[in-house]
Each structure stands twice: as structure tokens, then as C-alpha cells.
Design a protein. Structure first.
Length: 190
């Protein structure tokens, strides 16, 4: 019993130190106190990306897609300097963005992206490139996403709007769920 308690204590310390070191490396915004960089999404179907933090600056790009994921890289007053999936950088007013997480399927060699029932599971659907998907959670290599017609797991490499090492909305029982999936995959191989 003592060894189990020690194991839990060491595991907790290891996890806490990893999370603490990650937060030390993160920069925070001077206005909001939130992490910089961070992913957000567009609030409406019309958003003007400007070359500077004021309505007096010219519009560089007009976005016409609600929920498009963008990355906040800097803050100034009510303006957020953002980067999109094509590496366009400019300023958006804070009223044009929301904290809801969405991702965009990457455009790579015109190959549609596959959705699975679980990580390394059965193929349940295909999503075309440049589609916006609602992000529910991410593990190390996989993200759980959904649209109005489909929900499942997609490889993190196939989407834009999450960081490579980002773990998002992970349940504390996720390791048990992972073992269950591995067992199911093993049974399917037999």
C-alpha cells in the first residue's frame, strides 16, 4: 500500500512540475492576462483584418467565415494582433473574436481528412480540406471534433488550430479510456 501511495505522489509531482514548467514558458497578454499565443475563433461572418490597431488603418483582409480559427499573438487595448492559417498577420477588434475553439482541416495534397470512432479506431467519415470543425478535446496526437453531421477523432497533424503538444479538455480518466481503446483494438485484431 505504501508503494502505491508513493507512486501516486510521484506521479502527481511529475505531472504538476510538467504543467508548471509549461505555464512558466507561456507569455501572458498585457490586456487580458490570457496566454499569448492562443487560439480563438471569429464571432461572425464578417471581420476586417487591419494592418494596425485602429479603425483608421486600412483593411488588409475581409474574413467571411464564422468560427474560423485564428491565433492571437499580441494584444493592444481593444485590439488583438492575430495570425490565420495562411500566416496572414493583422489586427482585429476584440468584439470580432470569441474564445470558442474550432479547427480547420489542413490543405495538403488535396487529400480529404479521416474521422475515426476512437484514436486508431475504425474509419467513420471523411471531411474535406478547409472545413471548420468544433474542437471538443485533444490528446497528444488526436483531437475529438464534430460538425452537425459527424463527430469523432482526427489526427492532430490534419488540422490547424491546436498546438503540436497541446492537451485540451482532457478528462482525468482519459488514461483508463486509452487502455480501453487499446484493448478494443487488440480484440479486433484477433
Amino acid at each position: 500500500m505504501k508503494s502505491f501511495v508513493k507512486f501516486l505522489l510521484y506521479s502527481f509531482i511529475l505531472i504538476f512540475s510538467y504543467l508548471y514548467s509549461f505555464t512558466l514558458n507561456a507569455k501572458t497578454g498585457t490586456v487580458t492576462g490570457l496566454d499569448i499565443p492562443r487560439f480563438v475563433s471569429l464571432k461572425s461572418n464578417e471581420a476586417n483584418l487591419r494592418i494596425g490597431p485602429s479603425i483608421n488603418y486600412p483593411i488588409e483582409i475581409k474574413y467571411i467565415k464564422k468560427n474560423l480559427p485564428i491565433e492571437v499573438v499580441e494584444e493592444f487595448d481593444v485590439w488583438r494582433k492575430v495570425k490565420d492559417y495562411e500566416n496572414n498577420i493583422g489586427w482585429l477588434h476584440k468584439s470580432l473574436i470569441k474564445g470558442d475553439r474550432y479547427v480547420l482541416t489542413k490543405r495538403t495534397d488535396y487529400i480529404d481528412k479521416k474521422i475515426y470512432n476512437r484514436p486508431d479506431g475504425k474509419l467513420i467519415g471523411i471531411v474535406q480540406q478547409n472545413n471548420i470543425l468544433k474542437l471538443k478535446k485533444c490528446l497528444l496526437d488526436w483531437c475529438y471534433v464534430f460538425t452537425k453531421d459527424l463527430k469523432g477523432w482526427i489526427l492532430k497533424n490534419d488540422i490547424w488550430g491546436v498546438y503540436n503538444k497541446e492537451i485540451y479538455n482532457k478528462s482525468f480518466i482519459q488514461p483508463l479510456i486509452n487502455q480501453y481503446w487499446k484493448l478494443l483494438n487488440f480484440i479486433n485484431l484477433i
